[in-house]
Design a protein around this ligand. Structure first.
Ligand SMILES: Cc1ncc(COP(=O)(O)O)c(C=O)c1O
Length: 415
């Protein structure tokens, strides 16, 4: 039978005609399937793929460069996962990416690949609790020294550097404070000291900030959040140079065993198709909600990078193309307000997680998080409280009509 399928097209991005980022979110080198002509990416569920004997190494050492076929075994990589990795690299203007089963797996893969006994890690003194706990509770057991530092304070960073410092791990905006780190300034200090830098950019996404363009070596995402954006798949990624990603993939990528499933890779690819319009809508809604909350008599304080009173407003304007979908706010008697939210919300949900299409709110008490995770004192605690007081409601703004979100907050904040 005669077919009229298009010829196979080149998947590499043409550097002479680079596409704009919002277009790359839908593309990243993806072309119609050369056999069926399908426009939507196919899902390859196969665990193993045939290969020509003799050409491949049996050991994981041979998986350093996975740019070319053959795919051998899905814990090393898989065609659908590789489609996602290419799209992520394209969005962050990077050479390569490693996708993992969760965001924490991407962080763990980075730490365990780049650090060994006797090395020193500097980690943001406020970052995703799982990353902080992994660094401060688990890594020291492997002989790795760890120092939490307020990375918004570059003098504190300089003072913490040691001859054996191998990695600085930042998060901007950081969860839950929405405090920012000056990525370009930090990268300059790290480069002068010969230290690798990684930043968790989950709350920003490549729509808002591209950390590699500010001089960072690695960018990490929990794909579970804004990148997938639909609250129905866990995933993570670390993105950077071919050399660093090969190192991470060949060690922890393979031996941690936290491979992303093809099904979740496919869902996340579909989520990324709408990343730009989702982030624009979430930012627009969040800007209106932040202004509403700021004017509400029961609200004591609001932190949002789009507000003129954000303590790092200039940095936000320099480093973020949109203010994003995350807001924190403080009220008196947060326990009672939490109860009212859970009982009275019609549209939002009182729940953990963030970056989904539906709005989510949760209270994070300062005493609670100090007891469970950070255990800060002195200047670190004072800075935490400058942003969060005795606790914040962390609001992840979704894509609903903002009038319904305001009504929900009105109901929850009423007597
Ligand atoms: C900033 C940030 N990084 C990493 C993670 C961990 O992601 P995952 O749950 O996909 O492991 C989270 C989860 O909330 C997060 O908020």
């Amino acid at each position: 039978m005669k077919t009229h399928l298009p010829p196979k097209q080149i998947t590499a991005v043409d550097p002479q005609h680079p596409m704009h980022p919002a277009t790359r979110a839908l593309d990243g080198g993806l072309r119609p399937d050369p056999i069926t002509g399908a426009i939507a990416p196919s899902i390859s569920m196969s665990v193993n793929n045939v290969f020509t004997p003799g050409g491949s190494s049996f050991s994981a050492d041979g998986v350093g460069d996975l740019t070319d076929l053959p795919y051998l075994y899905a814990r090393w990589t898989n065609p659908t996962v590789r489609d996602l990795e290419r799209r992520l690299a394209s969005l962050e203007s990077a050479e390569d990416a490693l996708a993992t089963a969760t965001g924490v797996a991407a962080i763990a893969a980075t730490f365990l690949s780049l650090l060994k006994s006797g090395d020193h890690l500097i980690i943001s003194d406020v970052c995703y609790a799982g990353a902080y706990e992994l660094a401060t509770r688990i890594l020291p057991g492997f002989g790795i020294e760890v120092t939490p530092v307020n990375l918004s304070n570059l003098d504190a960073l300089k003072a913490a550097l040691r001859p054996n410092t191998k990695l600085i791990h930042a998060e901007s905006p950081c969860n839950p404070l929405l405090r920012l780190t000056d990525l370009a300034a930090l990268a300059e200090i790290a480069k002068a000291a010969g230290v690798i830098t990684s930043v968790d950019s989950t709350l920003a996404t490549p729509v808002i900030t591209q950390p590699l363009s500010h001089g960072f070596d690695l960018v990490i995402h929990s794909l579970t959040k804004f990148m997938n954006g639909h609250g129905d798949a866990l995933g993570g990624a670390v993105i950077g140079s071919k050399e660093l990603i090969s190192r991470i993939r060949a060690s922890s990528g393979v031996y941690l065993g936290a491979a992303l499933s093809a099904q979740n890779a496919w869902l996340i690819l579909r989520g990324i198709d709408t990343l730009f319009p989702r982030l624009r809508t979430a930012s627009e809604n969040a800007m209106q909600l932040a202004a509403y909350l700021q004017a509400h008599p029961k609200v004591l304080a609001v932190t949002y990078p789009g507000l003129a009173n954000h303590p790092q407003r200039d940095l936000a304007a320099r480093q973020m193309t949109l203010p994003g979908g995350m807001i924190t706010f403080q009220t008196a008697d947060p326990e009672a307000v939490s109860q009212k939210m859970a009982a009275r919300f019609r549209v939002m949900h009182y729940a953990f997680s963030l970056g989904h299409q539906r709005s989510i709110c949760v209270h994070i008490g300062t005493d609670d998080i100090m007891a469970s995770t950070y255990r800060m004192t002195g200047e670190s605690l004072a800075d935490y409280k400058r942003f969060a007081g005795e606790g914040v409601f962390r609001l992840s703004v979704g894509l609903e009509d903002v009038r319904d979100l305001i009504e929900d907050l009105d109901r929850a904040l009423a007597d």
